[in-house]
Design a binder for this molecule. Sequence first.
Ligand SMILES: NC(=O)c1ccc[n+]([C@@H]2O[C@H](COP(=O)([O-])OP(=O)(O)OC[C@H]3O[C@@H](n4cnc5c(N)ncnc54)[C@H](O)[C@@H]3O)[C@@H](O)[C@H]2O)c1
Length: 264
Amino acid sequence: MGPAGRLGGAVALVTGGASGIGRAVCARLAQDGARLAVADRDEAGAGVTVGGLHAGGGTPHAGSGGSPQPHAAFGVDVAEATSVTRLLDRIQEHFGSPPRICVGCAGITRDEFLLRMGEGAFREVLGVNLTGTFLVTQAVARALVAAGAPGGSIIHVGSIVGKVGNLGQANYAASKAGVEGLTRACAKELARFGIRCNAVLPGFIVTPMTDKVPPKVLEKFAGMVPLGRLGDPQDVADVCAFLASEDSSYITGASVEVTGGLFM
Ligand SMILES: NC(=O)c1ccc[n+]([C@@H]2O[C@H](COP(=O)([O-])OP(=O)(O)OC[C@H]3O[C@@H](n4cnc5c(N)ncnc54)[C@H](O)[C@@H]3O)[C@@H](O)[C@H]2O)c1
């Protein structure tokens, strides 16, 4: 896809854009012609992502105002309402319009067996993965409605674990199941503004997040995947690009599993 691309210079906010799946989503959306607002708690890492986009051909195109730097990095803590509100203000200041595409990739794990899990680890994971997704979605939707509802596509990153559960991940599974419910409610409420809301549910994708998973466990899961391999961030990014584009214009409230067939 050329720089004018099928996303036609739309502003795309990607949270968690400093690493793993988020970074791959940024690269793919930029390739499709979006102007990226790369947001992360790790602002330096978000800057590295933006550097990669510019080095990788993030050239000016129609809709970018001829700016040689169409992408920008922002620091944010998605679990903090004031930080998220400030992020949306800064994005609108920088790009002159709110993001019509939003992919919520910020997420954390704090794994522990239920019998040993502290309340803090439960609340922390819910705070980032679920409350964070709510806060970002609400802020983006409010900005779009205030701008006259020009349409939009909001993509939540859930997890197959939210459907099937996982040992040591009561907090994470609960947060990701919540994300799916949030997606469906938002889809119903935002449809009248022309804003679609969908979720992707990755299976095991090799990223810094899975570095913490013991190699023996990863091997076990790789052997269980019908398509015969663990996932790559690009596998998820490609589905996000589809959900961001008009190719999915009649899809809202859906959860798309990106698991290689694991847990069908
Ligand atoms: N890797 C997998 O196998 C897998 C599977 C299913 C779902 N997911 C989900 O995909 C998303 C991306 O995961 P990943 O594997 O790329 O992980 P990652 O750890 O590589 O990236 C997560 C990013 O989120 C950022 N982040 C964390 N807390 C934040 C906060 N409060 N505010 C802003 N940014 C914050 C981190 O700094 C990091 O850059 C997560 O939501 C994760 O739950 C991953």
